[in-house]
Every structure is written in structure tokens, then in C-alpha cells.
Design a protein around this ligand. Sequence first.
Ligand code: TYM
Length: 328
Amino acid sequence: MKRMLSGIKPTGQLHLGNYIGALRNFVKYQDDYELYVFIANLHCVTFYQEPRVLRKNLKDAIALYLACGLDPEKCTIFLQSDVFAHAQLGWLMACQSYMGELSRMTQFKEKSQKNDEGITAGLFTYPSLMAADILLYDADYVPVGDDQKQHVELARDLAIRFNNRYSETFVVPEPLSPKVGARIMSLSEPTKKMSKSDESDKGCIYLLDDLATVRKKIMSAVTDNLANVDYDKENQPGISNLLEIMSSLSGEAIDSIVSRYQGKGYGEFKKEVADVVCREIEMIQKKYDKIVKSDLIETTLKQGAEEASKISYRKLKKVQKKMGVDIF
Ligand code: TYM
């Protein structure tokens, strides 16, 4: 069975982009792959996070993993910092990464431009840690949205570099993105990606938003004045984004939605998008409410950390031996 690994970094609440671009695909893959999914809490602290808020976001993210359908009997779910090999291989990978390639990472460039509090060394070496996350498990595939592909490419480069320098050690991973929904855009600024670091909340639908808020955000999504539901990312980015959201959640092809809406107004179209999104989110929230009251989060993380530690420790020892870091 091929192996797959992915993670989410809950620096805020999980949103619809995380769900469509990543999380719901993990759920689909858990039956056919040996799947490892984790919460990237070490990646969260490249910027200051209010500790109380971070703790809540991490717990909510695990609860949402479970509520969206990840099953601890089918896949391994863990918290990154519970598995020590991540930080350790992260350092060894930082020592294989060049300043030039890290400074070319789009996410680093964007985040360091936006931030005036000071850019941490952690933000810079973050992709080396992400490479370690992936390479520790010999993952064949890494399901991610579009924005993380560049980081997976770096993981590939580092794996190849290490294998050439020290002999075959790592599986070279491949990124895997959905055909529709790999980049869900902001509802208020549809040329920008939907993101938890948006200045305004209007463009981002959180999985734990109440349903009235979700509906309101969709009904007020920015569109255009062409008055024609069509899939044209360049001239109609807002409508195209809503089409992607609806198609990926309902399974109906974009062409079919477009033809159903010929000659109809945007209001009617948005209403159906809102119905589809609310139905999905309501199902998730019902399960979430039960999970947060149970002890499932704790038992899942304990079991996950044990399983992930075993496999990642073996890999780490192998790497250290090859590098000459270990003596015995
Ligand atoms: P993060 O937390 O930013 O995003 C988690 C996943 O959600 C996808 N995503 C989106 N997909 C579609 N449209 C959007 N608007 C959107 N926004 C986010 C991301 O592409 C991602 O798949 N560095 C990673 C976390 C990580 C990781 C890893 C992932 C750490 N180690 C190892 C895979 C393997 C991150 O910050 O994702």
C-alpha cells in the first residue's frame, strides 16, 4: 500500500479552503493509502501566538479532523510536537537546505513582506521542517492545496540531494492536488487565496462559523457586472470561485452547473452555493459538538503519537547513522 502524509497548521480556525483543498481529500484517501495526518503545531509558532488561543485552535483542529471523517482506526492522527523526530530531522534538513532556495519560497517572501514585527529564523527554515515531516515517513504522496506545492518540491529536492550524497535513504514524494478546488479564493477579494490571515473575515468561511454567517458571507461574495454565470477565472474570478466551491462539494461538474444557470441571476446562484456549503458545514458541526465533549481527542492523539514515533524514530536513526552523527 502506498503511503501518504499531510498536515495543517492551525494558526487560526480551519476554513473552507483547508477543507476543500486538503482535509476532505485526506478523508477520501484513508481507505486506499496508509495515511499519516498531523497538526503542524511547531509550524504555528513562527509568529507569536497567544498561548490560550493556540491551544484552543489545536484542539479544534483535531476535533474537526475527526468530525470531517478521519478515522483513527484507518489512519494515524497525531500532533507534530508529540513526535520528537520531527524537530530533530527538521534541524538536519535545515543543514541540507541552501539560503538561496529558502529565500525563493513564495510563502516566505509574502509573509516576511507583510510582517513588521520582525521575521523569525523559524519562518525562514520552515520549509526544511516541512520536508522533514514528509521524509520521516517515506511518503509517496503529499495531498496539499496549490499554495503548498512549492514546499513539497523542496522536500523532493532535499530527498534527492540527501540520497545522492549519502546513498538511497528517502522516498522522493509527490504533491497531489485536487483538479477542482486546489486554490479556493477569498470571497471578498477573489483574486487572493482564502486564508486565515485575511485582514477581514468576510472573505473566509470558517468550518465553525454559524450557518447564518456562512450564508451571509456567500450572499455578499464579490462578483462582477457581467450578469452571466460562467467559469472564466480571469474575467469572472468571484463567480468562478463560487463554481469551484459548489462543484467540489456537490460533485456536479462545473459545466453542468453553468448550463443550469444560463439566463438566471447571481442571487439565485449564490443561494444554491450557500445551501450546498451550509449542508456540508452543518454535518461537520454536529459531529464536532459531540467530539469536543468526549475523550476522543486525547485517545486519538495518544495512539497516533505512539504509532508515528515508532516509524519516524527508525528513520531518524538511519539518517543520523548515514550522516555520521550517531556513533553506535
Ligand atoms: P496550511 O495550514 O496553510 O494549509 C493546510 C492545507 O490547506 C490547503 N489550503 C488551501 N487549499 C485550497 N484553497 C485555499 N485557499 C487553501 N488554503 C490552504 C493547503 O494547501 C494545505 O494543503 N505548511 C503547511 C502545513 C504542513 C504540511 C507539512 C503539509 C506542515 N508540514 C507536511 C503537508 C506535509 C501549511 O501551512 O498548510
